[in-house]
Design a protein around this ligand. Sequence first.
Ligand SMILES: [Zn+2]
Length: 204
Amino acid sequence: LAARASGDAVTLRLPSWVGSLIGDGSRIHATPEERMDLAIRLAQRNVEEDTGGPFGACVFESETGRIVAAGVNVVVTSRCSVAHAEAMAIMIAQRRRGAFDLGAPGQPRMELVTSAQPCIQCYGVIWWSGVARLVVGADADDVRSIAGFEEGPLPPGWADRLRHRPPLPPVEVATGCLRDRAREVLRRYRDSGGPIYNPGSGLT
Ligand SMILES: [Zn+2]
């Protein structure tokens, strides 16, 4: 293992249908609802295709409404607990833009739109990502009570901590965007018998 470790690499891949759903990136998603609609459709399709958990997320350029990257949950299919929708979208956006800081000088202002409230991991991913805005659909109670997924111990007032965090730049937060539709995807996943892959679930 030690001899191999120096060359180890990790590849995470989105399902092939994602590309056709988001198109060539030229479409303008003008409003928060249009942006959330895409994140929810990604989550929905991920359930229908049986390619992962009921979560979708996109990074958009805030001003133009152009999509930078999409993500869906591929934890089970990738055998990787990190592979949440928000993390996938942010990692792919950073790769595409060639920047670990999406808020770096020369980058347009960017935002993450996610079908469900970020978990403890994705809260950290967002914290370090450089996005200037976060838009959330379903909340953590929805995720837990409808689908059975734990979100982890998010800090109290997590949204306000993003909004005001000197010396780091603020992250605007908007919650409850198309929440009913986002909740419907969670219900559909539950009703389809999708795996609840929390640690200790017995799944691998
Ligand atoms: Zn997460």
